[in-house]
Design a protein around this ligand. Structure first.
Ligand code: DAH
Length: 347
């Protein structure tokens, strides 16, 4: 046998051995080492190619070509084997790693407005439909706007520190104890006729319990025009109550006293939950006490240089927490301030 024939024989055996080895390789690691063994720098093929220079001029290209074909075949075998293994591995993965597409998704939690903000906006919007413009005023207020301009006498008990928070910003700077403080500000800014509401936080020096909290919210309303009568006040508030509770309700006025209105009244509505029969919400009375109101006292108009001979009007003020508690059957005012998601998520 010639040297060339011997080498060719070796190459054929080599090809068979490589193909067998690759076919038996079961993991990526095994085919990789099989490739190294046959095609790597220290592999058998490299050895054969190294002996080429010893061959005659005629034999050299023939054997070189032959060796290259063998090399390419093995490369191809290697790639195919690797592809098959990749496929098997993927299949295996798909079988074992199941994705349950029927599982409910992890939804994002959406926030929403605080229930007090919601009802406050609702109240303002109801009055907006009747032409009342929402305005704002400061929570840190002068005694003048909080009391004097509203016809509170200098010795009125509300001015007492037991009721009103005084600040260290000056002896006459308080935290407003009602949104009525915005009345005079509104009348100074907008000349009559005018219709405004003012919603916001108010402060009172109270012990915390189920019905009282030192900060709460009020909505104030003020209308100034010519020849305003008590009937217009009643019509406006009846419409408000109808829209707030979603049905027309009987109302009644009980005489009351406020320094800034004359006459003054408390407005009650028939209880919307028992239609006046008596239930837990209305304390078996059949009526709900909703708000304070009255005809603007001439002294309040005089304080802002509006002629009470020409102009008059009405005003009303309501506690937002109280209305929200009635509307939603909430029994403890502290729920509004505890930031408990179980409570807040219900709105
Ligand atoms: N300011 C009163 C309070 O805080 C509520 C009120 C009563 C407002 C009568 C008014 C009114 O405008 O006319 O209790």
């Amino acid at each position: 046998m010639t040297e060339v024939a011997k080498l060719e024989q070796q190459l054929l055996e080599f090809e068979q051995a490589a193909s067998k080895s690759l076919a038996e390789a079961k993991t990526q690691g095994e085919i990789e080492s099989s490739r190294q063994e046959f095609l790597g720098q220290k592999g058998i093929l490299t050895n054969i190619l190294r002996s080429l220079p010893q061959l005659s001029k005629e034999d050299r290209p023939r054997l070189g070509q032959f060796a290259n074909t063998v090399k390419q075949k093995i490369e191809l075998l290697y790639l195919e084997r690797k592809k098959t293994l990749d496929g098997q591995e993927l299949e295996e993965k798909l079988k074992t790693e199941k994705i349950d597409i029927t599982l409910p998704g992890r939804g994002k939690k959406l926030g929403h407005l605080h229930p007090l903000t919601q009802i406050l906006t609702e109240i303002e919007n109801i009055f907006l439909t009747m032409g009342f413009t929402p305005v704002e005023g400061p929570e840190v207020e002068t005694e003048y706007y909080n009391f004097d301009a509203l016809n509170f006498p200098p010795d009125h008990p509300s001015r007492d520190e037991q009721d009103t928070f005084y600040t260290n910003l000056g002896s006459n700077i308080v935290l407003r104890c009602h949104t009525s403080s915005v009345q005079a500000r509104a009348m100074e800014k907008f000349k009559p006729p005018l219709r405004v509401t003012c919603a916001g936080r108010v402060y009172r020096n109270e012990e915390i319990n189920a019905r009282k909290y030192p900060v709460f919210h009020q909505v104030e309303g003020l209308l100034i025009d010519r020849n305003v009568g008590f009937g217009q006040l009643k019509g406006t508030l009846n419409e408000f109550i109808r829209l707030l509770f979603g049905k027309p309700l009987k109302t009644r006025f009980r005489p009351d006293f406020f320094p800034f209105t004359e006459p003054s009244a408390e407005l009650d509505s028939e209880c919307p939950f028992c239609d006046g029969a008596g239930c837990r919400t209305c304390g078996n009375k059949g009526w709900l006490e909703l708000l304070g109101c009255g005809m603007v006292d001439p002294n309040v108009l005089k304080a802002v240089n509006i002629d009470p001979e020409e102009w008059n009007g009405f005003a009303f003020g309501m506690g937002v927490e109280r209305l929200a508690m009635l509307k939603y059957g909430i029994t403890d005012i502290r729920h509004f301030y505890n930031n408990d998601m179980r409570f807040l998520e219900q709105f």
